[in-house]
Unconditional design. Sequence first.
Length: 244
Amino acid sequence: MVADNGKFRVSAMMVDYLRASQLALRDQRFLLATIYFQHLLGDWPHKDWGGSRNQKHWMPLKDYRNLGCAPKSNDARHFQAATEFWQKERVLFDDIALTQDRRHVEWRFSEFSYSMMSEMDRYALMIAERLKAARTDLDMDVLLQVVLHHKMRRPEFRMFDQGLQGQGDVPVSFRLKDVDGKLRSSLQRLADLTGYRFVVGYLQEGHVPGYTAAVIRIQHKGTEWPSGRIFKFPPRTRQFSLVP
């Protein structure tokens, strides 16, 4: 086991996988809590992890509840649903289930998970306590991206970028009213939590009008944005900023 300082690493590869998977908040928070617990047990891999992957681990449900994974009650149905989801997903876990007494979770991560989590050239250093702060799927998605990028000199990342549609170079557009209110709420909660300032630009990169991505920029005392640069976006961009 390792000393618990309340922090754990999630590789950039795992963050990218979770983003592409578009997980519900319940399932994503449960997974990140399990990654944290495996970190505490001292069994996340380095480059040479060999056969250590075959070991099973377990943690009490109360430890999951302490990270906001379920209502603070003795009802295990929430965890039953979460473990069944990951059983069916069959990518990140070889085995995962409630124990027979329904008071613990036991798991064994897959080789695919170990492979992704052994690539720590880039990673998000998460604070476990902040898993509780997420109220929506988008909250968790944005939190992971912020933690992955905030150490950069000029940190920024994209959201709602769905790539190309069919053949050619036509980006997929989205309706601003479907995402704007949710994104503002998620970023405001993060601004209040971290003290960061966020500047957001909704880009229109297609050959016809339509928003195709949100570029989110982060400013804090460790960033090095040149004067006014954080507000400069391509033409046709709609932008806003949020402060704590």
